[in-house]
Design a protein around this ligand. Structure first.
Ligand SMILES: [Zn+2]
Length: 194
């Protein structure tokens, strides 16, 4: 074993480990980590996961389909996250996908937790949303009534779209108020940027 490791490579490696730890703290599953940190071995990621979480990573594939993001409460939560993500993406130079995901998810989680609202979307679902968005399966579309931006199927026509806040199911209640506040906050972020 005579390979010399350059200081640059060591620093990159350390940065990757720190970024992975942050994602694990936010709830990332193994598939997310393996996909985003191809330079860290699976064994290393499992060790990191155990160290951070005090338990082995759960096994099994990610069961998520894009339809989850279109059901009522998950749609409102994902839309808040997606608005923040889009804002950061447009306004933060030099941030890669992991940075954007980490920051947008932390802001999303903080907002709903401050409002005493349980989080609908875990980090892995947030990551999966970005994959669906990048693949052109899901996108943000404007509500024709409130003009807020909500997650929708990419092939769905946007001229008739009405969001889940303007047209909530009858049992919405408290969640509706928290969701509205969340979207107002992300709209304010976007207005600042405009
Ligand atoms: Zn609306």
């Amino acid at each position: 074993m005579s390979t010399t490791t350059s200081p640059k490579r060591l620093a990159d490696d350390a940065a990757d480990v720190l970024r992975a730890v942050k994602l694990i703290q936010l709830g990332a599953r193994m598939q997310v980590l393996e996909s985003e940190f191809p330079k860290l071995s699976r064994e290393r990621l499992i060790r990191l996961y155990r160290e951070v979480k005090g338990a082995s990573p759960p096994k099994g594939m990610l069961p998520f389909s894009e339809d989850w993001y279109l059901t009522w409460a998950p749609n409102i939560h994902t839309s808040m996250f997606a608005n923040v993500y889009a804002f950061l993406e447009a306004n933060s130079e030099g941030m890669d996908r992991v940075d954007l995901l980490t920051r947008a998810y932390a802001l999303y989680a903080e907002h709903f937790q401050m409002n005493g609202e349980p989080l609908q979307m875990d980090l892995t679902r947030a990551w999966t949303f970005i994959r669906f968005k990048d693949a052109g399966i899901l996108r943000l579309a404007g509500c024709t009534r409130c003009r807020g931006k909500f997650v929708a199927h990419a092939h769905e026509p946007s001229h008739s779209m009405v969001c889940g806040i303007c047209q909530p199911p009858s049992r919405a209640g408290k969640t509706k108020a928290a969701a509205k506040a969340a979207l107002e906050r992300s709209a304010a972020l976007q207005a600042q940027a405009a």
